[in-house]
Write a protein that binds this ligand. Structure first.
Ligand code: ADP
Length: 604
């Protein structure tokens, strides 16, 4: 048998999949050939298999470093379910449990050990590990090691000592997000230079993208969610308060909503996460404290009620949807206030000037994405240097925005900014342009300016949109040292002097409710037997509860959909379903066969 065929047979037998996903085999072979590797693959591409497979196949001692307890727990549950013996040591376990886990690893009962970076780097742990021959170190979420990355963590930086302490071990680093500078940094920190780098496309064709102005947020959110009552998703909010409020609102509207943020106790968060992973149609309303390492394959939508911090952060957050490859939707609500707030957060945040400049650039890129009139996928992926064709299913593809010459309104706004000394923020400028006799306008005599009231016929909504687009296009900038005052750039003066036209998206007079983006939901994929699918899901939930594991650890939605379609009764038919390997076959064939047979009998 060729080595590829042998590995493929091993894959089906142990993981239940009949084929490798793109890139997986190449990475597995590199690791098995004892070469270091850095792999950049989008979320959901199947990174875990790339290191779990060689660890199991080679049977060498493997350390998997992962930043989050939740992620470790899920992976350990999944592997144990495949019949693989694994250990984990982390802060969520008692001292005695951690000792027992270590003993299992030390005495060879398990050869795979999941560790958090801070545990690994403790001198006692390093000394203890030196006694073994560690074949492979896996560093998950490896971008955390780099200050250039989106999520630098000092305890990750400590991992750069590993290459000297364990020179004979293979280093395999994985991340979903790393631009060129970050990649070079990861390689330098983890290896002495010898490292194969695999970058797999960032394209996630099953995700559809939509951006909507942040107006009438609650109604628009409901309009979006109403047709998704049967599905699971995440709603990201900016603050803890907004998280709790949105969660209460959704609960009052009959959703199985759960709130999650760093202000909750760790016990609450553990239960909340368990509920999200196990219960059907759960909506997690959360701050970004939730999500890293969440390995739930059937998240069908991600909503951002506010602007995320950068394109990388946005890409990572939406990447949590549709890991099973089935269609999933993303929707971001975006408004001027959020944009200013985000800039303020960078301005007041930690880090030196260079770092802040980089953060501004990242935010700017995201604002560009929001205001783009082109295909969203194209706009998003061009940031990662990837060229793709129009997706045909984002909001801009489905309803291409009309672009018009808005130079006249732009000129009125820029004049108002100029005449008020470039000292005021968005709302005051809009008041001046619309001729609102506010106390502030009178106190500053702005009601006496020529420009006062010259844009009185334009709606606030339109003026806000034009200002947003002027900022996105670089004609205006927000000066945070002057508390968010709008300032005019060279480009802005060019528009004022009529050297340049200002073309912008037309703002509809009445905002339509958030339209349905994706025509095909998971449910529509169950062509044959939706009632059987519901029964299979029920069985899966019961089995998962008995075993205290998330439902997808038993079988993914994809596997259940195939079962509902094919109704596999014989052993061979059942084994041929994607996701059914040897161990799962032994454990689940009988209970599932019972449901499948009953269905067949009733049908005949
Ligand atoms: P990542 O870590 O890259 O975000 P995961 O490793 O969590 O992605 O994999 C995403 C999903 O794809 C999981 O449900 C996993 O079981 C599934 N998967 C991985 N490899 C394969 C494969 N070769 N065939 C089918 N499904 C796969």
């Amino acid at each position: 048998m060729r080595s590829g065929d042998k590995l493929k047979a091993y894959l089906k037998d142990n993981f239940g999949y009949s084929t490798f996903r793109p890139g997986q085999l190449e990475i597995i072979k590199t690791i098995l050939a004892k070469k270091n590797v850095l792999s950049v693959m989008p979320t959901g591409a199947g990174k875990s298999l790339c290191y779990q497979f060689p660890a199991i196949y080679s049977n060498e001692k493997t350390i998997i470093i992962s930043p989050l307890v939740a992620l470790m727990d899920d992976q350990v549950a999944s592997l144990s379910h495949l019949g693989v013996s694994v250990s984990k040591i982390h802060s969520g376990l008692s001292r005695q449990e951690n000792i027992d886990q270590w003993k299992r690893f030390a005495n060879g009962e398990s050869n795979i050990l999941y560790l958090s970076p801070e545990r690994l780097i403790q001198p006692r742990m390093v000394e203890a590990l030196k006694r073994f021959s560690i074949g492979l170190f896996v560093i998950d979420e490896a971008h955390c090691i780099s200050k250039w990355g989106a999520d630098f963590r000092p305890d990750y930086e400590e991992l750069s000592k590993l290459k000297d302490i364990f020179p004979g071990s293979v280093m395999a680093a994985f991340t979903a997000t790393a631009d060129r500078a970050t990649r070079a940094d990861i390689v330098e920190k983890l290896t002495t230079g010898e490292c194969a780098v695999h970058v797999k496309g960032f394209d996630r064709p099953n995700l559809s993208l939509k951006v909507s102005p942040k107006q009438n947020l609650k109604n628009n959110l409901l309009a979006f969610l109403n047709e998704k009552r049967e599905q699971s998703g995440i709603i990201y909010c900016l603050s803890r308060k907004e998280t709790d409020e949105t969660c209460a609102f959704l609960k009052a509207n009959g959703f199985n909503a759960i709130s999650y943020h760093a202000g909750k106790t760790s016990e609450y968060r553990r239960v909340a996460q368990d509920r999200f992973m196990t219960e059907d149609s759960a909506v997690m309303v959360a701050t970004i404290a939730f999500g890293m390492g969440i390995d739930k394959p059937d998240i069908r939508y991600i909503v951002h009620t506010s602007l995320p911090s950068s394109v990388e952060a946005f890409y990572q957050e939406i990447g949590r949807a549709g890991r099973d490859g089935e269609p999933a939707e993303t929707l971001m609500f975006y408004g001027l206030q959020d944009m200013v707030l985000r800039q303020k957060m960078i301005f007041e945040g930690e880090g030196n000037e260079k770092h802040k400049l980089l953060e501004y650039k990242r935010l700017e890129a995201l604002i560009g994405y929001c205001e783009s009139t082109a295909c969203r996928r194209l706009a998003l992926l061009s940031y990662f240097d990837e060229k793709v064709l129009n997706c045909g299913k984002c909001d801009n593809c489905l309803q291409p925005p009309t672009v018009e010459d808005y130079s006249d309104i732009a000129k009125i706004l820029i004049t108002a900014i100029k005449e008020t000394g470039q000292y005021f923020g968005v709302s005051h400028i809009i008041d001046v342009v619309r001729g609102a006799e506010t106390a502030k306008a009178k106190a500053r005599s702005h009601n006496l300016l020529d420009i006062f009231g010259t844009g009185g016929t334009h709606s606030k909504q339109l003026l806000q949109s034009i200002i947003r687009q002027l900022i996105a296009n670089g004609a205006l900038r927000v000066n945070l040292q002057k508390y968010g005052a709008l300032e005019i750039s060279e480009k802005g003066y060019n528009i004022l002097r009529e050297n340049e036209k200002f073309l912008a998206k037309v703002v509809p007079k009445v905002l339509s409710p958030v339209a349905k983006v994706s025509p095909n939901s998971t449910i529509s994929k169950i062509q044959n037997n939706p009632e059987l699918f519901a029964e299979l899901k029920k069985l899966r939930l019961n089995l998962a509860r008995e075993r205290s594991v998330p439902a997808f650890v038993v079988f993914s939605d994809k596997t259940l959909i195939q079962m509902a379609n094919d109704v596999p009764l014989s052993e061979n038919e059942f084994l041929s379903i994607s996701g059914v390997g040897r161990t799962k076959f032994e454990e689940y064939y009988h209970p599932f066969k019972e449901v499948l047979s009953k269905f067949k009998e009733q049908k005949n």
